[in-house]
Structure formats: structure tokens, C-alpha cells
Design a protein around this ligand. Structure first.
Ligand code: NAP
Length: 279
């Protein structure tokens, strides 16, 4: 297949390139090649290129910053997704797009299935939900892949923050009242490749590493696997007020695909691959 990957310089984009590059023809675009929020330019460029598959890993992902930059969030996470869906429809390309657990309100202790209704509680979640709706309105040939709590080698992530705090701080406080599924971007990229090469029906999919934890549990595992023993304390979210409100329970229930490996195994793998531990 001729595949266009958008946002290839991002955390997930990097892993998608690694996963697809040996078996497909790739065209890689990021902000230097295209601003996906520019309608005519985006539709023309993508249509002219005429790929079989467009994978959109480009997004405005700074959840707190977005609260003060609403217009840009809707441009990149909503309108641009509509432009890409339109281009894909014109050339009959398959469209793969990524979304988030933040399209839900986090009130449901049992998590959210693929067909649960949207109720985002912050601007990022609202802009991503609107992006999904654009695809549902325009496309019939798409995979919307919702994921959560991504970590990967190419980007800021929670694991790196904890390892840095261990060096900088005497006491580390981590919230224990937000629950979700940490997901290794590399594992997600593997699952995306399997999905696009499968005969699975088009639609919405939930892909995360298996299992659930809160941020404090996640931090404990990071330190345990890394052989570190910082002074770590669980705290409530109120102790860390952020511009964007976060959902409390944002587990994505996967009813359509085989489960991925546990998040703890993925974490260990990440620590090995980044040279923190030997196994
Ligand atoms: N990270 C998470 O925890 C998480 C969780 C759930 C879902 N997701 C979703 O997963 C996908 C990938 O996330 P990620 O964390 O890998 O993202 P990321 O690291 O922030 O990468 C996004 C890429 O898109 C580029 N980009 C932004 N605006 C653009 C525009 N207007 N035109 C062209 N390129 C643009 C960015 O360039 P600049 O760096 O120059 O802005 C960056 O290279 C996103 O759809 C995100 O919503 C992420």
C-alpha cells in the first residue's frame, strides 16, 4: 500500500513509521510539509498524492494549553480531521485517525465501550469528539482508534517525568484518583498495522495496553522496575489543580479486538529499550 502518515514526528507517529516502513511505501508529512488546518491546501495535497491509506497522528495534544487556545484546538483536532476525511473520500482512501479516552466524562466506574455516548469535560476532549463526529458524517471507510495515557520514546511522557522527579525532588506526590490504561505507543503501532491489514469492519476501536491503574500505581511500578526508592505519596487531584479537568475513570473497554499485553509488561519493555534496566 501507498501510505501517508501525518504527524510522523510525534510520539505515536515515530512508532507508526517504524512499524510500517518495511512492508509498505510511506510518505511522511508533519508540520514542515503540511498544515492540516488549512482546508484547500490539505484537501488538494492529499488528493493529489492519492495514497491508499492516510494515517493521521497529527493533533494538538497539549491538554492544559488547549484550554487557553480553544480556536486552534478546534482547527487542528476537529476541522482538519474533516478536511482529511473529505480528501480520503474523494480518492477512496482508507482513513485511520486517533482519538482519546477524554471524549468521555469519566463518571462511569466500569469504563467506556466503543459505542458509548460522548460527554467530554475539557476543551481537548471536546475538540477530539468533534473530530470523530466529522469522520462519522463524511466517511464510510475509516478506523477511529481511541487510546489513552500514551508513552513512547519520542515525546514527553509520564515515565520520563517520574524518573526526572526522582533526581530532582526529595518527595514526590502523585494523584491516585484518576484511573486509566497506560499504553505503549510501540504496541499501539503494532495493533494499528494488524487492524489495517485485517478484514475488520470499519468503525471505532479501543486500543490500549491491558489493565487499569491510577497515576500513583503507575509511578510505583516505574520506580519498582527501575530499582528506585523515592519518597512517594498519593494525593488527590485537588492538590494539583490544572487548567483542564481530567476524567476520573477513563478506561476504554475493548469489545472488538484481542487484548494487548498488560501495561506492566509494556512498561518493563520501555525501560529496557531506553536503557534503564537490563533483562
Ligand atoms: N499522548 C497521549 O497520551 C494520547 C492519549 C490518547 C490519544 N492520543 C492521540 O494520539 C494521537 C497521537 O498523539 P501523540 O501524543 O503522538 O501526539 P504528538 O506527540 O503531540 O504529535 C503530534 C504531531 O502533530 C503535529 N501537528 C500538530 N499540529 C499540526 C498541524 N496543524 N499540521 C500538521 N502537523 C501538526 C505536531 O507538530 P508540533 O510538535 O510541531 O506541534 C506533532 O509532530 C493524537 O491524535 C492524540 O490525540 C494521545
Amino acid at each position: 500500500m501507498k501510505i501517508l502518515i501525518l504527524g510522523y514526528k510525534g510520539m505515536l507517529g515515530h512508532e507508526l513509521v517504524k512499524e510500517f516502513e518495511n512492508s509498505h511505501e510511506l510518505i511522511l508529512w508533519d508540520r514542515d510539509q503540511i498544515d492540516i488546518s488549512r482546508k484547500e491546501d490539505t484537501i488538494k495535497k492529499v488528493s493529489d498524492l492519492c495514497p491508499d491509506l492516510v494515517i493521521n497522528a497529527a493533533a494538538y495534544t497539549a491538554v492544559d494549553e488547549v484550554e487557553h487556545n480553544k480556536d486552534l484546538a478546534y482547527k487542528v483536532n476537529s476541522c482538519a480531521v474533516g478536511f482529511l476525511a473529505t480528501a480520503c473520500k474523494e480518492i477512496d482512501a482508507l482513513f485511520v485517525h486517533f482519538s482519546t479516552d477524554y471524549v468521555f466524562d469519566g463518571e462511569n466506574h466500569n469504563g467506556y465501550k466503543e459505542d458509548h455516548s460522548y460527554n467530554p469535560i475539557n476543551i481537548y476532549g471536546k475538540s477530539k469528539a468533534l473530530g470523530e463526529k466529522m469522520i462519522l458524517d463524511i466517511s464510510s471507510k475509516y478506523y477511529i482508534i481511541r487510546t489513552s495515557w500514551l508513552f513512547g520514546k519520542h515525546g514527553k511522557n509520564f515515565i520520563e517525568t517520574m524518573l526526572r522527579l526522582d533526581k530532582e525532588k526529595k518527595d514526590i506526590k502523585v494523584v491516585n484518583d484518576q484511573f486509566g490504561s497506560p499504553t505503549y505507543a510501540k504496541d499501539l503501532a503494532v495493533a494499528v498495522k494488524k487492524l489495517v491489514e485485517s478484514q475488520n469492519p470499519y468503525g471505532i476501536y479501543h486500543i490500549t495496553n491491558f489493565g487499569t491503574c491510577n497515576w500513583y500505581d503507575f509511578a510505583l511500578k516505574i520506580f519498582e522496575f527501575s530499582g528506585l526508592k523515592p519518597n512517594i505519596k498519593p494525593v488527590a487531584s485537588e492538590e494539583f489543580p490544572t487548567p483542564a479537568k481530567r476524567p476520573t475513570y477513563s478506561m476504554l473497554v475493548n469489545t472488538k479486538l484481542p487484548p494487548m499485553r498488560k501495561w506492566e509488561e509494556a512498561l518493563k519493555d520501555y525501560l529496557v529499550e531506553t536503557g534503564r534496566i537490563n533483562f
